[in-house]
Design a protein around this ligand. Structure first.
Ligand code: FUB
Ligand code: ZN
Length: 644
């Protein structure tokens, strides 16, 4: 009997609620090569992500709830249900922020019970559902005094955007707890829309894409084909909508998605639209979508993405710029856009199992999205620039924004993170990310499998994987070898494997037996990265990377007496890694002997006859991982550094 219990515990498959369903449930998607693993199947141990996820649960989620209360965001629901007699507060899309926060808690619950958070979330769900009209309509802005605006402002109205977030939260909540209250409420609003809008009814479009991807996941959840068809209708664009071409470009909606040839306009909208289109392709196999998605993705990674995985260079319109328009100080790079990049990459990966998608996902995850949350968990970046002057008034991290879309987006990403580590395919198991962790799941033939990872990744490049099938089984273990790895080695039970190349999944096919061990060694020696010369701002500069992490210099760490922007890197010099448990939550910092350009005197003219620059004095420079920038006092920062 004891033996039986031990076996059950050892190969526990999460059965409670519906939490056997992954973040993106492609189990039955005809075009999905890969199938996700639920958040609950992966337990992350100590290491890089542990403090980030801990702070999310202990600080970020509770403090955002307090702020929602202070700012009247929850009262917006209570006033509609008659529970409170107060004025509506905040921009017209505040409902969506509450939904994202709920989705974050739902993911968090899939990693273990959080009774206080769960109780708080249940009370919020009651408030939300209490605000729903008998017709199914639910949006706190387009009610009462703003009733006349309902369905009138498709461009900027965010009605469908809010509903998209509501559906995602409802789905995640149902998967985490088995409770359908929020999901059913969202479905009632969808049904209201289907009764009133569509190809044979009144025309509609999303304005801010988001509803599309939620509708596809709703289809995956309910198997109701109408939801998928409605997503197709929205992505296809209803010609009756009469939208100005400029709006079509900027909003990334309203015209057939598959006619697009480049990324343009509002970055978050473009990322969400592309994610929705990828979802639609996964279900329908409509190749027009896939061709477009590939074109757009290449446009992003070849011409429009920052080294951090952030996208959207222009503050004006929160938009993409021209190709290679990637300013550092002015970079807009909204946290939500980096997160949208991750969502899109993940969908492309499910469709192709191609490693470049995961390389970009990892880049955005560790850098451009990760930077969005402060180490203390209570401050957020809306913008994630690659250079800062360091003026105290440039408050780059704040507890709250009137448009507070980024904080709960970061929270839901961190909550769902275990769900991005593995996928299954008909051939075996894909390992996408590395971290101390345990997977308890199954292969697609139904046989149970555990994988334990031991590693100090990303600080160190060695990862040991203990593969524990319930019984010996032949399958392929696909190990991701990141494109950045200049050297990578694999051994299985001590025997080296040949032919390992970076930027691909390395297939290890064999009959795996309990306690088989795989050792992966990735070279994380610091490296210098150059930008395409068409990125004018980075001419004469390099960035420093180590493993998946982009590094930066902060003025506060550099020798006194020289302005940070006067330091140059010695391109042939060394970067020594030094583990500092006491700094910035524990980081590997980099030490480098740089050279200061001769500092100009106060009377130096703005322009003068060119003479080659004279070298100034040398000094010990320090670099820190980009995601930790601006976590101390205000200080200048740069990712791209001039070199000699
Ligand atoms: O419009 C809703 C959200 O606010 C967008 O996704 C962000 O870019 C910000 O504008
Ligand atoms: Zn945002």
């Amino acid at each position: 009997m004891r033996f039986l219990i031990a076996i059950v515990l050892l190969f526990r498959i999460p059965l409670a609620a519906d939490d056997a369903r992954p973040v993106l449930d492609t189990a039955h998607s005809p075009k999905a090569v890969l199938h996700g693993v639920p958040v609950s199947a992966v337990t992350l141990g100590e290491g890089f992500w542990a403090p980030r996820r801990k702070v999310n649960v202990e600080v970020s989620l509770p403090t955002l709830l307090e702020l929602f209360e202070q700012k009247g965001i929850l009262d917006n629901f209570r006033r509609i249900s008659g529970k409170k007699d107060v004025a509506r507060r905040g921009p017209l899309f505040t409902d969506s922020d509450v939904y994202k926060w709920l989705e974050a808690i739902a993911f968090t619950l899939q990693s273990g019970p959080q009774p206080k958070l769960r109780a708080a979330a249940e009370a919020v769900i009651d408030d939300i559902v209490g605000a729903q009209e008998a017709s199914g309509y639910l949006n706190t802005y387009y009610s009462r005094e703003n009733l006349a605006e309902r369905h009138q402002n498709m461009r900027g109205g965010h009605e469908l955007y809010c509903l998209g977030h509501m559906l995602q939260a409802g789905i995640a909540w149902q998967r985490a707890t088995g409770e359908r209250k929020l999901l059913d409420s969202g479905i009632r609003m969808v049904e209201y829309l289907l009764r009133n809008f569509g190809p044979d009814k009144k025309p509609i479009f999303t304005g801010h894409p988001e509803f599309e991807l939620a509708l596809v996941e709703l289809y995956r959840t309910t198997a109701d084909r109408r939801y998928l068809d409605f997503a197709g209708y929205l992505l296809g664009g209803d010609p009756r909508n009469h939208i100005a071409p400029r709006d079509l470009t900027y909003l990334f909606s309203g015209r057939p998605f598959y006619t697009r040839t480049r990324l343009e306009g509002h970055a978050v909208r473009a990322m969400y639209a592309s994610s929705g289109a990828a979802d639609y392709y996964l279900e329908t196999g409509d190749e027009r979508y896939f061709r477009t998605l590939e074109t757009l993705w290449q446009d992003m990674v070849r011409r429009k993405m920052y080294l951090t995985g952030g996208v959207g260079s222009r503050a004006s319109g929160e938009a993409f710029g021209e190709p290679y328009e990637l300013p550092n100080q002015q970079a807009y790079t909204e946290s939500c856009a980096a997160i949208g990049n991750i969502f899109w990459d993940w969908r492309m990966l499910q469709a192709t199992a191609a490693a470049p998608y995961m390389d970009v996902l990892e880049r955005a995850l560790y850098n451009g999205a990760n930077s969005g949350l402060s180490l203390g968990g209570n401050l957020y970046c809306y913008r994630n620039p690659l250079e800062l002057v360091g003026n105290p008034e440039d408050k780059i991290r704040n507890p709250w924004y009137d448009t507070t879309c980024c904080p709960p987006n970061l929270q839901r990403l961190l909550g769902s993170l275990p769900g991005y580590f593995y996928s299954t395919s008909k051939d075996g198991l894909y390992v996408h990310l590395y971290h101390n962790s345990e997977l308890r799941w199954r292969l697609e033939d139904g046989s149970r499998l555990q994988v334990a990872q031991s590693t100090r990744y990303p600080w160190e490049g060695a990862v040991e994987l203990r593969v524990e099938p319930a019984k010996p089984r032949e399958f392929t273990l696909f190990l991701r070898i990141p494109a950045w790895a200049r050297k990578a080695e694999i051994s299985v039970n001590g025997a080296p494997v040949s032919g390992v190349t970076a930027g691909a999944y390395f297939p290890l096919r064999r009959t795996w037996k309990p306690a088989d061990r795989v050792l992966l060694r990735l070279d994380v020696t610091p490296r210098l990265t150059a930008a395409n010369p068409r990125v004018r701002e980075n001419l004469g500069k390099v960035a420093v990377e180590r493993g998946p992490l982009v590094y930066c210099m902060e003025g506060i760490d550099q020798p006194a007496g020289v302005a940070m922007f006067d330091w140059t890197i010695d391109a042939a010099g060394k970067f020594e890694s030094e583990w500092r448990a006491d700094l910035l939550g524990g980081i590997m910092l980099l030490r480098h002997k740089g050279t200061a350009a001769a500092a100009p005197s106060a009377t130096e003219p703005l322009y003068r006859l060119f003479t080659p620059a004279e070298a100034g004095k040398s000094g010990a420079l320090t670099l820190i991982p980009y995601y930790t920038f601006a976590n101390r006092e205000p200080t200048p920062m740069q990712v791209w550094i001039p070199y000699r």
